[in-house]
Design a protein around this ligand. Structure first.
Ligand code: AMP
Length: 196
């Protein structure tokens, strides 16, 4: 199964992706996680990405496309994968099409988690509080100021992907404001319908 989860920061993509990993035994490919790992490891990519990420802006298409192209060739992606936070621009969306076509594989579903913007800042603040309470590091970009910029980037560059996939007849939407379990169940229904 090859799936794209779309939605603004804080929509619950990561949470749902983790549940799908457990259920389907395929990896979650979060470009955010991969970039944070690169920053942590101090690689060239990490050095170039750090300031951009801290400011809540998008890392260049060339960097993220290269990271994903390399990742999907790993053996654990053979059965499928969940793209979480990628693609985020139209250039990236075209890159996904090209990457998959080159490998003779296809996307099964694109699912957008539809959320109310006003709830998102609250979710991000809670995510930071939960991480702090669990003794985990708090993401530097999970604060209200940087979050505003992440949301602006989303509307400028990522929201057009909804139209892109809709026009291809691939877009499915799920109410991301419902409870986590309900969202999981709705995603399950979409995937079951796509598998028929
Ligand atoms: P996320 O964990 O998905 O919220 O991503 C955190 C940050 O990583 C974003 O604010 C961007 O700076 C960067 N990032 C993650 N995925 C992408 C992507 N597909 N394209 C560009 N930048 C990305």
């Amino acid at each position: 199964m090859r799936l794209i989860l779309l939605g603004p920061p804080g929509a619950g993509k990561g949470t749902q992706a983790q549940r799908l990993v457990e259920k389907h035994g395929i990896p979650q490919l979060s470009t955010g996680d991969m970039l944070r790992a690169a920053v942590q490891a101090g690689t060239e990519v990490g050095k170039r990405a750090k300031a951009v990420m801290d400011a809540g802006e998008l890392v260049s298409d060339a960097i993220v496309n290269a990271i994903v192209a390399e990742r999907i060739d790993q053996p654990d992606c053979a059965k499928g994968f969940i793209l979480d936070g990628y693609p985020r621009t139209l250039v990236q969306a075209d890159a996904v099409e090209a990457m998959l076509a080159k490998r003779g594989i296809a996307l099964d579903s694109v699912i957008e988690l539809v959320v109310d913007d006003r709830a998102l800042v609250g979710r991000i603040v809670k995510r930071a509080e939960d991480a702090r309470a669990a003794g985990q590091p708090v993401r530097k970009d999970d604060n209200p100021e940087v979050f505003e910029e992440r949301l602006r980037e989303y509307y400028k560059k990522t929201a057009p992907l909804t139209g892109y996939y809709y026009a291809k007849g691939r877009l499915k939407t799920v109410d991301g404001m419902a409870s986590i379990d309900t969202v999981t169940a709705e995603i399950g229904k979409v995937l079951a319908a796509a598998a028929k």
